[in-house]
Design a protein around this ligand. Structure first.
Ligand code: NAD
Ligand code: DAU
Length: 338
């Protein structure tokens, strides 16, 4: 099998490529990534010389380049490439529309033109919007996105659906909950708070900190994507959750506990606009049809993640310098304290 994995230099994409090469040594993988601020080839340094792996720097919106690659006999496309941070989508929605919607359409068009065997769109639980306590989103729930990020992901999902319905492109969609684990860019809650706490910097908790997310260890998501890729039914959507709902303050306190740092590092800051209160999905479909079950519990996964950031300090110190730091200081550190 010859796969085009897009966005493979990011967090989940790099974990997925490592997972694929380990579990399917006969597969060939081409990684197409634009290397935005979130793309980092250090994430793949241990496998960059593998004979069945190749990296190409480029944009999924570049139709000519995408067609050149897909025409090389690609059977499968797995699309991770995206602008992914909700807070950034508040400052620069256009880049989210470009990559997440236009980029997806370019990939779908190539999938159609070159009659690929399978197209996997990596989507998110955020397309469903926020859900009340006691309720759960299913694959049939309405799409009610609340940020430019989630709206662009929902737009992409609808395009995928339309290419399946109209042109019979063999497409499938995964919607996972919040991932965490090694190589996550330290702008997202867990890696930001671990790396800040390690240098005794404040942990900016938005609003009351009682927002709820369902957390999935990244390797469990990779396993779920593997199942969808090999066993999923064309045209279907599969929710992949971790079954581990926590408030942001609960996550923050666990991180402080594992690092033996004081709770005085917590600073409540101004809330994110249109902040979704709770994400929670029912994942019975993936369990029943594909045998999906997350294997890593939240506490075990969080301990492993903390350990990874402790032993890979040079990785995140490099990432947290330069352009990232300038952006972070401009937009986040100036948030008013509440
Ligand atoms: P990330 O931000 O770590 O990585 C995104 C990658 O895409 C980067 O390597 C970046 O360089 C690349 N990229 C961006 N624009 C591109 C373009 N135009 N062309 C080619 N490459 C481009 O993201 P992530 O957290 O690994 O998320 C991967 C996918 O999973 C995304 O589609 C995201 O919406 C989805 N997802 C993420 C989570 C999560 O918790 N992180 C949860 C559910 C779904
Ligand atoms: O649910 C899946 C989604 O999870 C993915 O589709 C997105 O790509 C990914 O970024 C993530 O979105 P969230 O907005 O849930 O993740 P984030 O890490 O930005 O925030 C998690 C929660 O923590 C959220 O309630 C906001 C809060 N938060 C976040 C940051 C960065 C804080 O309180 N302080 C912070 O500094």
């Amino acid at each position: 099998m010859k796969l085009l994995v897009t966005g493979g230099a990011g967090f989940i994409g790099s974990n997925f490529i490592r997972y694929l090469l380990k579990n399917y040594p006969s597969y060939q993988v081409i990684n197409l990534d634009k290397l935005t601020y979130a793309g980092n080839l250090d994430n793949l340094s241990d496998i960059e010389k593998s004979s069945n792996y190749r990296f190409t720097k480029g944009d999924i919106c570049d139709q000519k380049l995408v067609e050149e690659i897909v025409s090389e006999g690609i059977n499968v496309i797995v699309n991770f490439a995206a602008e992914t941070h909700v807070d950034r989508s508040l400052y620069d929605p256009k880049s989210f529309v470009n990559t997440n919607i236009t980029g997806t359409q370019v990939l779908l068009e190539s999938a159609l033109k070159f009659k690929i065997k399978r197209y996997i769109q990596i989507s998110t639980d955020e397309v469903y919007g926020s859900v009340e306590k006691g309720e759960f989103f299913t694959e049939g729930s309405k799409l009610l996105p609340n940020s430019p990020y989630s709206a662009s992901k929902a737009g992409a999902d609808l395009l995928v659906r339309s290419y399946f319905k109209t042109f019979k492109v063999p497409a499938l969609i995964t919607r996972s909950s919040n991932n965490y684990g090694p190589y996550q860019f330290p702008e997202k809650l867990i890696p930001l708070f671990i790396t800040n706490a390690l240098v005794d910097k404040e942990l900016p908790v938005y609003g009351d900190g009682l927002y709820i997310r369902d957390w999935i260890y990244v390797e469990d998501n990779c396993k779920g994507i593997d199942l969808v890729l090999h066993k999923g039914k064309e045209g279907e959507v599969y929710n992949l959750g971790g079954g581990a709902e926590k408030t942001n303050l609960e996550i923050t306190n666990l991180i402080l506990q594992y690092l033996n740092k004081p709770s005085s590092l917590i600073k409540h800051v101004k809330d994110r606009p249109a902040h979704d209160r709770r994400y929670a999905m029912e994942c019975k479909k993936a369990e029943k049809e594909l045998g999906f079950k997350p294997g890593v519990g939240l506490e075990e996964g969080l301990k492993k993640t903390v350990e990874w950031y402790l032993t890979n300090r040079s990785w995140w110190e490099k990432v947290k310098s330069g352009e990232y730091l300038k952006y972070y200081e401009k937009h986040y550190l100036q948030r008013e304290k509440v």
